[in-house]
Design a protein around this ligand. Structure first.
Ligand code: CUA
Length: 313
């Protein structure tokens, strides 16, 4: 994931390529007509300027009628019909994936984070969608609260996440790499901070990821991690799940493999110990309106909690 805003004109997936081609066609036709109209206008002005100001220009009625019929009726009908046909073809191509979908990813929008599930593998994660590169994947989305919209500009069109209904599309990254997604529907205070990371992996690494993601959390290895687990179970567990522990809260993101994610806070911050500490001690300072309460822990307990969270590979 390089810095800057991802551009729809820099497509890295089959869906985004269809959209980019469509945009270039529309732009090219629009630009050609603009040049034609401005050129004709310039030509008329040039002809006028070469005559005496007082001279009346003769009106050739049949020529004028021909211009109006050709330029005002025939050309718009032909050009707009062609553009509609091209758009309809793009929409039809966008409706179905170029190859059979190899698995399904479900994304559930929350204020202000993304729950990501893989029903085929019974895997739940958050804020990062991992995909096999070069394969089509079915994407199902809905919302747990208000309407959100998932937009990964370099991969696919926007898709709305609505409460109570599943919307479906497909997604396909041509090559392995990281791609940024955003929420594209105003959903409240931290809408602009509701981001997401997509990582497309080569086939062997994708298989390894699935195997790892299906496994329960690693068992705390030392005293500090064990104390951290106790802190977690007495506070965080009411909202968060860690598979393999008694923590099965369903309000916040699943943290089973938190340490193996690249980012935290809906892809806003790199996953470092300092950022985790900043987030836990003051979520509203990082993401205004965040529903997670701040936790005031003494240094020892905070250190232990961070050690435990960082052990969750
Ligand atoms: Cu979610 Cu805007």
């Amino acid at each position: 994931m390089k810095g800057g805003t991802p551009s729809v004109l820099d497509p890295k997936g089959h869906g985004a390529s269809i959209i980019a081609t469509e945009m270039w066609i529309q732009f090219a036709v629009g630009a050609a007509i603009f040049v034609l109209v401005v050129g004709l206008l310039g030509w008329i002005l040039l002809v006028r300027s070469r005559r005496d100001p007082g001279e009346r220009m003769p009106l050739d009625e049949s020529a004028a009628r021909r211009w109006v019929l050709l330029g005002g009726v025939a050309m718009p009908v032909v050009v707009l019909s062609l553009l509609v046909a091209v758009s309809a073809r793009s929409l039809a191509r966008l409706a179905s994936p170029p190859s059979r979908e190899v698995t399904t990813v479900e994304v559930i929008g929350h204020r202000w984070w993304w729950e990501v599930r893989y029903p085929d593998y019974a895997v739940t994660t958050a804020n990062e969608i991992v995909l096999p590169a070069g394969r089509s994947v079915r994407l199902r989305v809905r919302s747990a609260d208000v309407i959100h919209s998932l937009w990964i500009p370099q991969l696919q069109r926007k898709i709305d996440l609505e409460p109570g209904t599943w919307n479906t599309t497909w997604i396909r990254a041509d090559d392995a790499g990281q791609y940024r997604g955003v929420c594209a529907e105003f959903c409240g205070e931290s809408h602009a901070l509701m981001q997401l990371l997509v990582e497309a992996l080569p086939p062997d690494r994708w298989d390894a990821w699935v195997t790892h993601a299906r496994a329960p959390a690693t068992i705390p290895a030392d005293r500090s991690e064990q104390l951290g687990e106790q802190v977690f179970l007495s506070t965080c567990a009411y909202c968060h799940t860690i598979e393999g522990t008694p923590a099965h809260g369903a309000v916040g993101p699943d943290l089973t493999h938190l340490a193996s994610r690249r980012t935290i806070v809906s892809a806003l911050l790199p996953n470092t110990q300092a950022n985790l500490a900043r987030w836990i001690s003051g979520p509203q300072r990082v993401k205004p309106g965040a529903l997670m309460p701040p936790f005031r822990l003494d240094d020892g307990r905070m250190r232990a909690l961070l050690d435990f969270l960082e052990s969750l590979q």
